[in-house]
Design a protein around this ligand. Structure first.
Ligand code: MN
Length: 249
């Protein structure tokens, strides 16, 4: 059976480099839950390898119909004009530059852009926003947001704001998992905060009249546990990618 690429939208996920001690070489990876979620929601996942080469990024941005920035390491505070504090964990400025380039090019092409966890944070930074380098700097309970529970279980509630995409997809109150130690401190210009945690952190961002949605939690892990409420996040990305693809014809 052949896959009909004409019909299904191509969803680009940004890859990440990881050193493999057993093979003694660098590998590029994308988490399996992201890939499976995109497949289940009706898209074809494609990895954009971590590169800062404009030509390569342009080719992927032209090729793909929707873009997903996954979770990952901390964004270097240099990107939002702050000195790195000790509480900030591992960063990689080249990785940030790679993702910021992708975001800029995707926005210029007006293609759908979705983000998860670090994805939300780097999108916020791309719009000029700032982050808490650690939740201790926000006087928040770190355990509420960095759960010890299995990733397929929810750890706190979020409330979505009226008339937002987040409300439309998930309803007013949802239980979410939480694996972050950073969060949005200042919202980027042009972004809307569309969901808040019970202790007041921004847990979702979106834009008016642009297919952009990012969440601080990990919907992809719920899908593995067959909790299909979170599948709507991916179905929404694929729907936006389909609409965008149609409009370009
Ligand atoms: Mn959280």
């Amino acid at each position: 059976m052949s896959i009909n690429i004409e019909k299904k939208p191509l969803i680009c996920i940004l890859g990440e480099k990881q050193y493999s001690p057993s093979w003694k070489l660098e590998e590029q990876i994308v988490g399996d839950d992201y890939l499976q979620s995109i497949i289940e929601a009706g898209g074809i996942p494609i990895m954009l390898p971590y590169t800062t080469k404009n030509k390569v990024i342009n080719e992927y941005v032209n090729l793909c119909d929707g873009f997903l920035i996954p979770g990952g390491i901390d964004v270097d505070p240099y990107c939002y004009k702050e000195d790195k504090e000790e509480c900030c964990e591992k960063t990689d400025i080249d990785y940030d530059i790679f993702q910021l380039k992708v975001i800029e090019k995707v926005l210029r092409k007006r293609k759908p852009l979705y983000g998860i966890c670090r994805g939300l944070q780097i999108i916020n930074v791309a719009f000029g926003g700032k982050l808490y380098q650690d939740l201790s700097m926000a006087n928040k309970d770190k355990e509420l947001h960095k759960q010890t529970l299995d990733r397929t279980l929810s750890n706190h509630f979020v409330e979505t704001i009226e008339k937002s995409s987040a409300r439309h997809l998930f309803g007013k109150n949802i239980g979410v998992n939480s694996m972050h130690h950073q969060a949005i401190k200042e919202l980027g210009k042009g972004l809307i905060a569309s969901a808040y945690s019970e202790d007041g952190l921004i847990e979702a961002i979106e834009m008016d009249e642009y297919p952009l949605l990012a969440v601080q939690w990990h919907p992809e892990n719920f899908i593995r546990a067959r909790k299909n409420d979170m599948k709507k996040f991916f179905e929404s990305l694929i729907k936006m990618a389909e609409i965008n693809k149609e409009e370009r014809r």
